[in-house]
Design a protein. Structure first.
Length: 91
């Protein structure tokens, strides 16, 4: 049985590497309301597996970010929520 976690990012969400104690690092992503943590498994090969996973996550995140930006540029809205000005929206 798998666990699926869905995060719909809010403004201010991000990702960072933290060191909760000497020699330990974690990849943290999310914000105040939702966070996920990626840790190195405590087993032989754990560092290699964590590195491979982190790199594949980074590649997928870049691809997803590029897609989101493309979608945002190709859509028109009646008002831009960021500044309240009318966009190129036509009815």
């Amino acid at each position: 049985m798998g666990i699926h976690v869905v995060i719909q990012p809010a403004a201010g969400y991000g990702a960072e590497v933290v060191s909760p104690s000497p020699g330990i690092r974690q990849l943290i992503a999310g914000g105040e309301d939702a966070t996920f943590v990626i840790q190195v498994p405590a087993r032989i090969g754990g560092l290699t597996d964590a590195a491979r996973f982190a790199r594949s996550l980074a590649v997928a995140a870049i691809e997803f970010g590029d897609w989101c930006e493309t979608q945002n540029r190709s859509r028109s809205f009646p008002f831009d929520s960021a500044d309240g000005h009318r966009s190129n929206y036509t009815e």
